[in-house]
Design a protein around this ligand. Structure first.
Ligand SMILES: [Zn+2]
Length: 440
C-alpha cells in the first residue's frame, strides 16, 4: 500500500516536471522567485543557522541573493543547527559509517518528521560531508530523474523498461520507483568486474546508469548491451570515455548530481542543462572561463542548501538547440581544489585539470593515468601501461600543457611511475593536487 502511494507520488512529480520546463528565461526566474519566497520563509523559521546568517549579514529574506555564501566546512561545523529535523552530526556519521561497513545502503534515522536517509560524500583531506534527505525529498528526486532520463517520457513507460544502476551505494531511492513496467537492477561496484559484465549483458538494460570509468571498465571486460541511453553520473565525463561508451553501448547523456543536490539533467537534445526549475545558481568567475556555482536549493528542507558554494568548475555553453530557458553546461570540468598551482614567470599560476586531461588524451595507447601535484614544483605522472615510449610522450604532453598555461615547464620536476590498480568503488579523479602548502 505504502509502495503504491510512493509510486503515485513519484509519477505526480514526474508529470509535474512538464509544467516547469520553461522556454522563457523571465518566466523561469519568476518561478524561482515564487519558490524562494515561500521556501526561505519556512527554512529561516526552522533552521537556526540559516536564520543567523541572515541576521549576521543584516539582510532581509528577500535579499537572499546577497547572502555571503558558505561551503562544506561551514555546513559540517553547523550541521546540528542547520538541519531542520533536529539531527545531531555524531548520530548521522555513526549511521552512515555503519552502512558503509555492512553495505546495507538503506540506513535511516528516525526524526520528528519521519525517517531520513543518510549519506556521506568524500572530501579532500578527510573532509567528508554528511547529507540527509527525507522520504518526500527522495520521492521528488526520483520523479524528476525519471522524467528526464526515461526515453520518450511518459510514453516510454508504456513499454517495459529495465534500468541498470552501477553505483557504489544502493540508495533505497531507486527502489521506490520500481513497478511491473519499470524494473531496476542494482549492480554493486565492489563485485568482480567479469561477474558484473556478465550480469549486465544478461539483464539487457534499456537504460544504463553509472560512473563513466566503471561503465568503460565493464565494456573492456566484455559487457554487451544496447540501451536506448547511457547515463554518466558521479564523475567527470571525459571525451575518450564518451566516445568509447557511444561506440560500445549507445548514446550517452550526463546527469550532474552531487550530494549537495540534483544539479543538472539532460535535455531532449541530449545536452546537460542546470536544474534551474528546482535550484537557483549564481556562477562565480574564477578565471579562464571557469565558473564556480553558488546554489540555493529551492525545494530541499531537511538539510537546506542556501547560498552554498561548491568546489566544482563548470564551463557553460551558449544556449541550446532544444530551446529550454535553463542554462546549458558544456562541461563539468572537475573540482577547483584539484587545479594545480605551479610556479610561473610572474608568481604561481593555475593549471586547470581540463588542460592536463586534454594533454593526456593525446597520448596514443594510454589506457589510464593520474597526474598529481606532490610538491611546490613537483608532479607525479602515473601511467597504465608504462613503457619508455608512453613515458616520453606523456612527459612531453604535460610539459606542453604547462607551457600553454604559463607555468615554468622546465622548472617543474616530473616523476613517472606505474599506475596502481584503483580499488573498486573509488571515484576516479585523474588530476589531483595533493600538495596543499603555501596556499591561502
Ligand atoms: Zn538543450
Amino acid at each position: 500500500m505504502a509502495e503504491a502511494l510512493d509510486r503515485l507520488t513519484v509519477l505526480r512529480h514526474a508529470l509535474g516536471e512538464s509544467g516547469v520546463l520553461f522556454r522563457n528565461r523571465a518566466a523561469l526566474e519568476r518561478h524561482q522567485d515564487r519558490l524562494a519566497a515561500h521556501h526561505l520563509r519556512w527554512v529561516a523559521a526552522h533552521s537556526a543557522f540559516t536564520a543567523s546568517r541572515f541576521l549576521g549579514a543584516g539582510l532581509a529574506l528577500e535579499q537572499w541573493r546577497e547572502l555571503p555564501p558558505v561551503g562544506k566546512p561551514e555546513m559540517m561545523a553547523q550541521f546540528d543547527t542547520l538541519n531542520t529535523a533536529r539531527l545531531r552530526l555524531a548520530d548521522v556519521l555513526a549511521v552512515a559509517r555503519r552502512a558503509e561497513d555492512t553495505r546495507d545502503f538503506t540506513p535511516t534515522l528516525p526524526t520528528m518528521r519521519g525517517p531520513v536517509t543518510v549519506g556521506l560524500s568524500s572530501g579532500t583531506g578527510g573532509n567528508a560531508g554528511a547529507f540527509v534527505v527525507s522520504r518526500a525529498e527522495r520521492l521528488q528526486w526520483a520523479g524528476v530523474v525519471l522524467r528526464h532520463l526515461l526515453p520518450a517520457f511518459p510514453l516510454g513507460l508504456l513499454k517495459k523498461q529495465r534500468v541498470a544502476f552501477l553505483l557504489r551505494a544502493d540508495g533505497g531511492l531507486y527502489r521506490s520507483v520500481g513497478s511491473s513496467r519499470l524494473d531496476f537492477r542494482f549492480l554493486d561496484l565492489l563485485r568482480p568486474q567479469g561477474e558484473l559484465a556478465a550480469e549486465l549483458s544478461a539483464y539487457a538494460p534499456t537504460l544504463l546508469i553509472g560512473p563513466p570509468s566503471v561503465l568503460r571498465a565493464l565494456l573492456d571486460a566484455g559487457a554487451t548491451a544496447r540501451p536506448e541511453r547511457v547515463v554518466s553520473v558521479a564523475e567527470v565525463l571525459e571525451d575518450d570515455d564518451r566516445a568509447a561508451l557511444e561506440r560500445g553501448f549507445g548514446p550517452v547523456v550526463q546527469v550532474y548530481q552531487a550530494t549537495e543536490g540534483l544539479l543538472g539533467l539532460p535535455c531532449p537534445h541530449g545536452h546537460l542543462h542546470l536544474n534551474e526549475a528546482h535550484v537557483h545558481f549564481d556562477l562565480e568567475a574564477v578565471g579562464d572561463g571557469y565558473l564556480r556555482p553558488v546554489l540555493t536549493d529551492l525545494r530541499r528542507t531537511t538539510q537546506p542548501m542556501v547560498r552554498h558554494r561548491l568546489d566544482d568548475l563548470l564551463v557553460l555553453a551558449e544556449g541550446c538547440s532544444c530551446g529550454l530557458a535553463s542554462r546549458r553546461v558544456l562541461r563539468v570540468a572537475g573540482r577547483q581544489d584539484d587545479a594545480l598551482e605551479l610556479p610561473g614567470s610572474a608568481g604561481r599560476v593555475t593549471v586547470w585539470p581540463d588542460f592536463l586531461r586534454g594533454a593526456m588524451n593525446r597520448v596514443p595507447g594510454l589506457r589510464e593515468y593520474r597526474v598529481e601535484q606532490t610538491g611546490a614544483a613537483a608532479l607525479r605522472v602515473l601511467l597504465e601501461p608504462l613503457n619508455s615510449e608512453l613515458r616520453q610522450e606523456a612527459c612531453a604532453q604535460v610539459r606542453r600543457a604547462l607551457e600553454r598555461s604559463g607555468a615554468d615547464a622546465t622548472g617543474v620536476q616530473i616523476t613517472v611511475g606505474p599506475l596502481p590498480a584503483t580499488p573498486p568503488g573509488v571515484k576516479r579523479r585523474r588530476v589531483r593536487r595533493l600538495w596543499k602548502g603555501a596556499l591561502p
